[in-house]
Design a protein. Sequence first.
Length: 227
Amino acid sequence: MDQYNNNDMQYLIDDIKVGDTWRIFKILAEFVEGFEKLAKVDPAVTVFGSARVKEDDPYYKLAMDIGRMLAEEGITVLTGGGPGIMEAANRGAFEAGGQSVGLNIELPFEQEPNRYVKKSISFDYFFVRKVMLVKYANAFIILPGGFGTMDELFEAITLIQTGKIIPFPTILVGTDYWCGLVDWVKARMLESGYVSETDMNFLRVVDTAEEVISIIKEFLETSRVKK
């Protein structure tokens, strides 16, 4: 098939294989920069969603409201730093005078840092950026998106399920968008025994910014008490 025969392209993973072992220092440098620049962002929440959402989309406005309300609570907004939902969440925080952070990935299309980021870090490697988006988050807010958004959602749930990170809120925003996926997980994964009822408890599905903020505030207050 033609889509599998693009032999002229040089992919990042191939670059690693054909390059010399000194490339590992570039990866380490990205980790070090991320750790140093994000060390004081706590509490922070990571917001995911499509880079292709336009300003007139209702989810853009909803992401802006979420970013604004997080900023008003003194919570840093972390995003992938790009356009669409990421821009909207950063914009809400930025315009409210809060901390707006973007962890940008270098891509041949779509992705440039949005102008509402106060602190920006650029990465070449997805896996390094993903570590940062998880490590410094107290919750995940996931608005409608494509494959990248699904990747982040299921990686977060897997890390919680396997005990690699603490069980923080993973909030799906938009019942109409997410209900089909959640129903499928229940009907296929849960019924087949591939996931448990406990695993399903990690997911929260809501429709409003107020619900999002309420869940996060409750979690932060409870986790602080436990500490």
